[in-house]
Design a protein around this ligand. Structure first.
Ligand SMILES: [Zn+2]
Ligand SMILES: [Zn+2]
Length: 931
């Protein structure tokens, strides 16, 4: 059997470009709708079609691909659904911006139909790019089931969900106070408003009491809103004002008379003057007060937050200009009592950063209470588990305080609301006119002669007047409405498909914690409502990627990392200035494997992770290390028949038993870590084994038998090498799919499948566990490391053989070293080895004290190196140990530490202090000896 050889260096770009299309064309990514195999399904959080993917998207793509590949290799029928989100407001803004830049036009210039055509063009361009980026990452998505939140099937699902909720009374239309963005000209949900602390002022204004020379003094941070005041309120039990309740004040500047009302909910008599102005159309608390007291609601701002004619002489002003004028006039009339500095929380539009204005407006809402309750219960009862658990409290907190969900948006890009107005008998949806209308909002349909017809399809005939002409509600739905249906709409719902039966509930929802409420909560509510079961039993919320300094990646900071640059490399001119200063020659191609492994290795269960390209470089070196070890093995397999299975009863040598045992434990730990979504733990387990045990030790130890004369030992070693590599590659495949496939193809194996992608995932076999072998190898490894350490520290040339003396008080350690001296001597470059119990120490020798076994290793240095340097080295080492000891002592000096730290931590520190003291004593002894 001619053994294939590997090229000298691994070229990730070439291998990655070759394997992905191969896997795809062989149909490995495709799931079966009906299968004997157990199902495993993940829906990819659909990236927004706003642009290309950034490094943040590489995280879900990587983590989910790890899960999918692992489960696929473990015999599951895996479905991973790719998709893209139309991202209503965000995409519309991007296209509007582009339109402005390239053609200096607005969407109104184009008209709705033409504008939407442009957005679809945008979607084609960026949708294709996003798919391509996922391919470069190696994501094994089932592309035959790729979806878009506005494709025909998703749109049908959206209409179905809307109509059913409406028929169940869970969707209603109402004129209410909502968050309004004066820049985007649309309603926003509570979640789309970001709050920011700002420095502002609190103004105290006098409102003259009618028929008296007294004033009431109100305090406000927004004096311009007084133009819309329809009452002032006091606490009913406040003795200062009890006699005034029911009387009126004259609203300054406008001269309107408004009542003095008593309201215990709105007014805190302890706060300020105990008098509150009430502006029901521009403040959420005042709005509730207005409803309780049936106050008129006067909208003084239009859709751009300019003052309306209701503002009288102040009409037609920008809201901030109106504030200036109002204050100046109050000042001039002597009605401004004082101004004090005041911190306040300002609501900003998530997209445009504009200050959000509460605005009375006719909108569609989802009644949330009956949807939220079962979604809360599902988590309480453990039907859906949130990982990491720290997010559970946040979930409950939010879900228990949730308000009705405003789902209509005054945008063009999105699912147009399936509500139709009969041209002959329905009133048109006159939102703009009504919002300025001071009529009372308590009767939602007031002003409509007849309600709209909510229907899956455009109605043919009006059920009321037999009219045949309709106008569809111009508004579109909040973008999260369609993505909230994603776990089942992607499987064919509302049709009763085999996919829906097989893959609902999905197996896990893996996404960022930033969209726990935007998205996960909606999927929970809508999934339980329509499917009568939770959409997924587990929600895994991953940490967010930040730059190496821990700062958020943003275009303005120039610290954004493009995943394709990392994978494929980039020319200097493609990089941001700060990246160019780091890579003046351009960024090297690290390959998808290195990037994926880095993301997995960093994925501790915290809120943020710091990504540096040095880490990626380190894991590229890991891929190379594996490559080189495999290359070495392949060059030394002469005479080995393709391996079917490793004989478990072979007369293995200690090194074989040891590596097989370590490999077996690695397999077990990796699978356990993956089952707990501990990606970092799994990655580090494999990394430690491959680099520091397999490559550093086993490959080195194998050289003896491979190069020796014992044919039997050689063949046994060859088999163990091939077996171990096969297992390692399969363990590692979900993390590094490309290099593992490339190497695996070259291994002399008897294969039942022709790709590692569909080879079985390794399973730990208790018969390979060998504590005895591990215990026997530990002192050998420690001795070799100790001698290597001395050689390195003392600058002994690698080719120079040295004599060594090892002393240990433990007879078992001595015996083991004696027995395995043939492993030890070549690997440590030792010419003669003397093993004994502690006794006379060699003179003028460099020394090392093993941490695990306490063995002392001496290398007599006279004639080998400069003794003065060795003395300096020991002195420095003693200083280092002293510093460590000092820091441990400081911990114990802190009374909080011993009292409050977990017991295992305290014990660990105590043991460390003992170890350090022992080590210090021995170092000192050694120093004394060469002085
Ligand atoms: Zn906005
Ligand atoms: Zn009609």
């Amino acid at each position: 059997m001619p053994n294939a050889e590997l090229p000298k260096a691994y070229d990730p770009t070439e291998a990655e470009a070759r394997w992905y299309p191969t896997w795809m064309s062989r149909g490995y990514f495709r799931a079966e709708a009906i299968s004997e195999k157990p199902p495993y399904c993940i829906v990819l959080p659909p990236p927004n079609v706003t642009g290309s993917l950034h490094l943040g998207h590489a995280v879900p793509a990587t983590l989910q691909d790890i899960l999918i590949r692992w489960k696929r290799m473990s015999g599951f029928n895996c479905l991973w659904v790719p998709g893209i989100d139309h991202a209503g407001i965000a995409t519309q803004m991007m296209v509007e911006r582009e339109l402005k830049k390239t053609e200096n036009k607005t969407r109104q210039d184009l008209g709705r139909a033409e504008f939407l055509r442009r957005v679809w063009q945008w979607k084609e361009r960026y949708g294709a790019r996003i798919a391509e980026q996922h391919r470069f990452l190696g994501a094994s998505l089932d592309w035959s089931r790729e979806r878009f939140t506005m494709d025909e099937a998703s749109s049908a699902a959206v209409r179905e969900a809307f109509v059913r909720l409406y028929e169940e009374g869970l969707i209603y239309r109402s004129k209410r106070l909502i968050n309004w963005c004066p820049a985007c000209h649309t309603a926003l949900s509570d979640l789309e408003v970001e709050h920011e602390e700002r420095e502002g002022s609190l103004w105290e204004i006098r409102y003259p009491i009618k028929g008296s020379d007294r004033f009431l003094v109100v305090a406000t941070t927004r004096p311009e809103t007084m133009l819309g005041d329809t009452a002032v309120a006091v606490h009913p039990d406040d003795p200062r004002y009890r006699d005034l309740i029911g009387k009126t004040v004259v609203l300054p500047l406008l001269g309107r008379e408004i009542p003095i009302i008593a309201d215990a909910e709105l007014v805190n008599p302890e706060f300020g003057t105990g008098v509150v102005k009430v502006t029901p159309a521009h403040d959420f608390n005042d709005y509730q007060t207005g409803l309780r007291h049936r106050l008129p609601m006067i909208s003084i701002f239009d859709e751009s937050a300019r003052t309306t004619r209701e503002a009288g002489p102040y009409a037609g002003l920008d809201r901030f200009e109106a504030r200036k004028r109002v204050l100046a006039d109050l000042q001039a009339q002597g009605l401004l009592e004082r101004e004090t500095k005041h911190k306040l929380s300002v609501g900003l539009c998530q997209r445009s950063g504009t200050v959000v204005e509460p605005r009375l407006s006719l909108q569609w809402f989802v009644k949330i209470e009956s949807l939220a309750r079962p979604a809360i219960e599902a988590v309480e009862q453990g039907k859906t588990r949130i990982v990491p658990e720290t997010w559970v409290a946040t979930y409950f907190q939010w879900m228990r305080n949730i308000h009705d969900w405003c789902i209509s948006r005054q945008l063009w890009w999105g699912h147009q609301i399936p509500a139709y107005y009969c041209k002959s008998c329905s009133a048109r949806p006159q939102r703009r006119g009504r919002a300025e209308d001071p009529t009372h909002p308590m009767f939602p349909e007031e002003g409509d002669r007849a309600a709209p017809i909510v229907s899956r399809e455009r109605p043919a005939k009006c059920p009321r007047c037999r009219g045949t002409e309709f106008e569809q509600d111009p508004d579109v739905l909040d973008t999260w409405f369609s993505s909230g249906l994603w776990p089942f709409s992607t499987l064919g719902w509302p049709k009763d498909t085999p996919e829906l039966k097989t893959f609902y509930p999905n197996s896990v929802m893996e996404t960022g914690h930033d969209i726990l409420f935007f998205w996960v909560a909606r999927m929970m509510m809508l999934g339980i409502h329509f499917m009568h079961d939770v959409p997924f039993p587990v929600v895994y919320l991953h940490a967010m990627v930040r730059d190496e300094k821990g700062e958020k990646m943003s275009k303005t900071k120039g610290n954004v990392i493009d995943p394709l640059h990392v994978i494929l490399g980039a020319k200097p001119e493609e990089l941001s200035p700060s990246q160019r200063s780091k890579f003046p020659q351009g960024m090297p191609a690290y390959g998808a494997d290195a990037l994926r492994f880095t993301l997995a290795a960093l994925m501790q269960q915290g809120r943020d992770i710091k990504l540096s390209l040095d880490r990626v470089d380190g894991y590229k070196a890991f891929a190379n290390k594996l490559w080189n070890a495999s290359r070495f093995a392949l060059m030394n397999l002469k005479g080995l028949e393709p391996l079917a299975e490793l004989a478990r009863d072979a007369d293995f040598a200690l090194a074989d038993r040891w590596v097989l045992s370590r490999l077996n434990r690695t397999t077990r730990s990796t699978v356990e870590a993956l089952s707990r979504f501990e990606f970092a733990e799994a990655a580090s387990t494999i990394y430690q084994f491959v680099w520091h045990e397999f490559c550093d030790w086993y490959v080195e130890l194998s050289k003896g038998p491979l190069y020796g004369d014992d044919a039997h030992a050689r063949k046994r070693t060859q088999s163990v090498l091939v077996y171990s590599l096969d297992q390692i590659l399969r363990l590692l495949h979900p993390f590094m799919p490309f290099v593992t496939e490339e190497v695996w193809q070259k291994l002399p194996l008897v294969r039942s499948v022709n790709s590692i992608m569909i080879a079985p995932y390794p399973v730990a076999d208790p018969r390979f566990d060998d504590s005895e072998a591990e215990a026997a190898m530990a002192p050998v490894i420690e001795a070799i490391e100790g001698i290597r350490n001395i050689r390195g520290e003392s600058n002994v040339s690698p080719s120079m053989k040295v004599p060594a003396v090892i002393q240990s008080a433990d007879p078992a350690v001595r015996q083991g070293l004696e027995r395995w001296r043939h492993y030890l001597m070549p690997l440590a470059g030792v010419s003669s080895l003397e093993i004994s119990a502690p006794g006379a120490k060699p003179q003028q020798a460099a020394a090392f004290v093993g941490v695990k076994t306490g063995m002392e290793i001496f290398v007599p240095l006279a004639g080998l190196i400069d003794l003065a340097e060795e003395r300096a080295r020991l002195a420095k080492e003693i200083q280092r140990v002293d510093a460590d000891l000092e820091s441990v002592r400081r911990k114990f000096d802190n009374p909080n530490f011993a009292a409050k730290a977990p017991r295992e931590v305290v014990e660990k520190e105590r043991a460390r202090a003992d170890e350090l003291s022992l080590r210090r004593a021995k170092l000192q002894e050694n120093l004394n000896r060469i002085i």
